[in-house]
Design a protein around this ligand. Sequence first.
Ligand code: ZN
Ligand code: ZN
Length: 323
Amino acid sequence: MTRPRLAAVLLLAMLTAAATEQSTNELASDPDYVARSFRPFQDDVRVRWDDDYFYVESTGLPRHPMMVGIRAWNGQVPIPQPYTGDNAFRFTLRPRFSSTPVSARETLFRGAIAVATNGIPIFNPIKQDGRTDTYLAGELDTFGGHAGRADDYHYHVAPIHLSDRTGTGLPLAWALDGFPMFGYVEADGSEARDLDWLNGHAGPDGSYHYHASKEYPRVNGGFRGRIALRNGQVAVQPRARAVRPFTRPIRGAAITGFIRLGAGAYRLEFGLRGQDHSVHYKLRPDGGAEFVFTDGSGRIRSETYPARAPRGRGRRTGAFPAL
Ligand SMILES: [Zn+2]
Ligand SMILES: [Zn+2]
């Protein structure tokens, strides 16, 4: 190749790279489109937007069954969360590629990285210890979720089950960098090809988005877009509120039942060493909570929490009954 031609090729390559750097997702910038993706779950999710950001409010509890299928249980249970007002999910309506994309293999082990269109947060597939794949470890229910240390329900895998309501044409979730996440296939139903190391790509129309996958990372593998991080997590995201100190894992427990009794009351059933145990809990209007634990031999123990603990005060105690 002659020198002038080489220079022309290099220049073209640089211009192409610059164009790629500037490209965004036009759909992601259209609040009406973003709002449409949440509409199948409008009974549970409230949305609003301004010039810069899209906001998603929810109680953090899905309609589908929870908890059943967990084989490695941390002892936590789902309670409603105040993901509203200043504590809503937020993502930009002007997603831009970052020159330093972030890998979820290296950071983001705490907090949400995306929000599903039914208002449930999606966390890194790897949990806080930076090593454990929650799915492979048996920590997730049959819908890919579990309750965290503030008794906050969240997914660690993509909520593919939502496509029963959304079809393939709408995103299942929005990553907090503002790019949408689709299921295993494209919006038109065709196969999703050539995903990058973040599980994303520019689709047939040139707009960048993430996909779910059956293998790791299963969700967005980090952020291709610009986003502010603080202390290894997304800086602006809702805070879960605990009603009790966080619990110890209950080794060998397998959750077999979860029943909504109505009016903020729930019953969780689990098997342990061949015996049936249960946790019956009720949230009080004043923000307090009552837990009644029944062990395999019928012994009952109860705990009462007068009101929600201040934010960030979770600490390890023997709060769960000795089993
Ligand atoms: Zn988790
Ligand atoms: Zn795609």
